[in-house]
Design a protein around this ligand. Structure first.
Ligand SMILES: Cc1ncc(COP(=O)(O)O)c(C=O)c1O
Length: 266
């Protein structure tokens, strides 16, 4: 039996000599990260990893290939949840693992063959149909999201907004260096749990669920949904507070979205 040991680190505040151990085989990053949109400098992590003979993997789900291409920045393997923006219609569960290394490719194909993780024809067809509109969906949902960011930022009911487009965002400079867009996932904090409950019950945006990246706007509550598997201390240490709501912008009329959020906040 093989045991995998792992540790979390934040590349901006960690010391590399503590992070990389003798038995380190892989560095796995996600940028912007879910749900607080922290940014990792892809090229610098890939460079340090290569120097130490370590494989790098980047989850590129939030940016998609339309906005960010980690292989070009030195990463060995890129993964996407195809369930999200690539498909874009919240009706498929799919994923992709992409590499430009023939050796890693062969290893991944061997695993796929052994485990049988392939997509059914109908899902593959839906994914192909969805991906044709990736560019216009990404542009429209980002456009909506930027307007929502500025609306939330102005609201006195909102304590904090997390999105790399904001000048106040710690990773903005690095993000701009490595991506061509800011994407349409943001998160924001309200004053307290009562405010969150009230907001989620009053908002008429139909989808409150764990997913993201659809043509429809999707709200989620990481504290009890996507991050419920972590202990309370782990959640808080990662900025996943009980006041945090995640927003995945869709392609609806943005005036409708803002009006809806405004009445729910009030
Ligand atoms: C950034 C990111 N990567 C991967 C996944 C897993 O995706 P799937 O639901 O397709 O397994 C998710 C799911 O929420 C995600 O948000």
């Amino acid at each position: 039996m093989t045991f995998i040991k792992w540790s979390y680190f934040d590349h901006q505040s960690s010391n590399w000599s503590d992070v990389i151990r003798k038995n380190t085989k892989m560095i796995y990053m996600e940028t912007p990260s879910n749900p607080t949109l922290r940014i990792t400098d892809i090229r610098s992590v890939a460079t340090i990893a290569k120097r130490n003979d370590i494989i790098t993997v980047c989850d590129n789900t939030f940016m998609t290939p339309y906005y960010q291409n980690p292989l070009d920045l030195g990463v060995d393997i890129v993964i996407h949840s195809g369930t999200k923006f690539l498909n874009g219609h919240s009706d498929v569960v799919a994923g992709s693992v992409i590499t430009n290394s023939p050796i890693l490719h062969q290893k991944i194909v061997n695993q796929r063959t052994l485990l049988g993780g392939i997509l059914g024809v109908e899902d593959a067809w839906l994914l192909m149909r969805g991906i044709k509109t990736l560019g216009i969906r990404m542009e429209r949902s980002e456009h909506n999201t930027l307007l929502i960011v500025s609306f939330l930022n102005r609201s006195n009911k909102v304590k904090k907004v997390y999105h790399p487009s904001l000048n106040s965002h710690k990773g903005r400079k690095i993000h701009i260096k490595q991506a061509r867009g800011f994407g349409s996932v943001l998160s924001f904090e309200l004053e307290n749990v009562d405010a969150v409950e009230s907001f989620l019950s009053k908002v008429t945006i139909r989808l409150v669920g764990v997913s993201l990246g659809g043509v429809e706007t999707i709200l989620s509550y990481p504290w009890i949904m996507s991050h419920a598997g972590l202990s309370e201390e782990e959640r808080l240490a990662r900025g996943v507070t009980p006041e945090l709501i995640r927003f995945s912008g869709g392609i609806e009329d943005v005036a409708d979205l803002i009006m809806d959020m405004e009445q729910a906040l009030q």
